[in-house]
Design a protein around this ligand. Structure first.
Ligand code: RAM
Length: 352
C-alpha cells in the first residue's frame, strides 16, 4: 500500500486510511552525542506552570531516541515550554540515576524517561516526585509506583504478535529462531519477549526458540552477538531483534555474510537504519511505531500533569496537539497506537 506524501511542518506526513504516521523530519540537536542539549520557547508558558521538561532516553546516540526526543522537543516548542535532553552513553540499569538526581536539584517541571530497568531508577524518580517533579515514562516503563503516567507505544501483545507473525511468514513457520535483544533488564523488550515465547508455544509448534542474547543496545556488542549466534546454531533459520540498535547491527553483519538471504531477520527497526538492508535483500520486513509521535505525546502528557489537567487517573483526558485528544487507561497508561510493518513496498515513504 502506498501513502501520499505531504511535505508539511518541515517534515513528511504519510497518511493511510487506517492510521496516520506523522513523521518529524527535523533532527534533534541531541544527535551529536552531547550529554545535554536544550531548546525552547523561552518563557515557560501556562501561567505559573513550570514547563521545563527534560527527556532522558535509555542512552544517547541511538537514532530511535534522537527521533522520539525530537518529537518531544517539537511539542514543547509548540506549548512554550523548555526542552532539554540528557542521558548516559551506555544503557546500564542504573546509569540514569545521577541524571535524575541532578534534574531534581535543578527543579525541572517534568522528566520524560525510557527506563533501562523497571526498579533501579525508582528511588531517584520518587524523590523527584516528592520534590514536585512530574514523571512520565515512555517507551520502556518503570514499576508503576515510580511514575505518574506511562506512554506506551503499542500493546505488548500487539508488538509481540507482529514480530512472531513476521518471522513465521519469513521462515515458512518452522525451524530454529533466536532473539537478539537490548539490555537484559529492559522492561519493554522483556515484556515483548515473554509474550513472544507464549505465542510461539501456543501457535507455532514447529518453531524452536533456541536462545535470547543481549546486545545491550550497543552497536558493536549486537554485531558480535549476531556472529556468535550464527556460529553456535548452524541450522538457525531466523533472528528476531526487538530493538532498533540490534536489528540494524544484525542486518549489517548478515548483509556481507554468506547468511544473507538465507537467515531471516526481523524485529523492530527504523526505516532510515534499515532501508539499505531491505533494498539489498538482507531483510524482508520489520515493524515499528512512530517514535516522533511517541515523544510528542509524552511531552503533552507531561504538560497536562504539570498543569494539573490530569493526575494519571483512569479516564483522565488531555489534549496532545496535532495528535488530538488522548485518555489515560488502566495502570496510568496512555496508548499511542498500533505497530506498523515496513517492507520494500512502503519503506521509501518514510524518513525517520
Ligand atoms: C531501541 C530501544 C527502545 C526500543 C526500540 C524498539 O531503540 O531499545 O527502547 O523501543 O529499540
Amino acid at each position: 500500500m502506498k501513502f501520499p506524501i505531504n511535505k508539511a511542518r518541515g517534515g513528511i506526513v504519510a497518511v493511510a486510511a487506517a492510521l496516520a504516521l506523522t513523521v518529524a523530519g527535523c533532527s534533534s540537536d541531541s544527535s551529536d552525542g552531547d550529554s545535554s542539549s536544550s531548546a525552547g520557547g523561552g518563557d515557560t508558558g501556562g501561567g505559573d506552570a513550570n514547563l521545563a521538561i527534560t527527556f532522558l532516553p535509555k542512552n544517547l546516540g541511538n537514532a530511535y531516541f534522537d527521533t522520539s526526543d525530537a518529537g518531544g522537543e517539537e511539542a514543547i516548542m509548540e506549548f512554550g515550554g523548555t526542552y532539554e535532553e540528557v542521558g548516559p552513553a551506555e544503557a546500564g540499569p542504573d546509569a540514569q540515576v545521577s541524571y535524575i538526581n541532578t534534574l531534581t536539584q535543578q527543579g525541572v517541571g517534568g522528566i520524560v524517561v525510557s527506563a533501562n530497568d523497571p526498579a533501579a531508577i525508582c528511588d531517584a524518580l520518587n524523590e523527584a516526585r516528592d520534590n514536585g517533579v512530574k514523571v512520565v515514562t515512555f517507551d520502556s516503563d518503570t514499576n508503576p509506583e515510580c511514575r505518574d503516567v506511562f506512554i506506551n507505544q503499542a500493546t505488548a501483545d500487539g508488538i509481540a504478535q507482529v514480530q512472531v507473525d513476521m518471522i513465521a511468514e519469513q521462515i515458512g513457520d518452522e525451524g530454529q529462531v533466536a532473539i537478539l535483544s537490548a539490555s537484559a533488564n529492559a522492561t519493554n523488550q522483556n515484556a515483548w519477549i515473554a509474550t513472544m515465547e507464549e505465542i510461539f508455544a501456543a501457535d507455532h509448534p514447529n518453531i524452536e526458540l533456541v536462545e535470547t542474547v543481549y546486545g545491550d543496545d550497543d552497536d558493536q556488542t549486537s554485531f558480535d552477538k549476531t556472529a556468535a549466534l550464527l556460529q553456535t546454531y548452524p541450522d538457525l533459520k531466523g533472528i528476531i531483534s526487538p530493538t532498533t540498535v540490534g536489528i540494524s547491527a544484525a542486518a549489517r553483519y548478515l548483509s556481507t555474510s554468506d547468511y544473507k538471504g538465507k537467515v531471516a531477520l526481523t524485529g523492530l527497526g527504523t526505516p532510515n537504519q534499515m532501508r539499505e538492508y531491505v533494498e539489498d535483500g538482507t531483510v524482508t520486513e520489520f515493524a515499528l511505531w512512530n517514535p516522533a509521535d511517541l515523544g510528542y505525546l509524552a511531552a503533552y502528557a507531561a504538560k497536562a500533569l504539570i498543569e494539573g489537567e490530569i493526575t494519571g487517573a483512569e479516564g483522565d483526558a488531555f489534549d496532545a496537539g496535532k495528535l488530538g485528544s488522548y485518555e489515560v487507561g488502566a495502570d496510568a497508561t496512555v496508548l499511542l497506537g498500533d505497530p506498523y510493518r515496513f517492507n520494500a513496498d512502503n519503506i521509501g515513504d518514510f524518513d525517520f
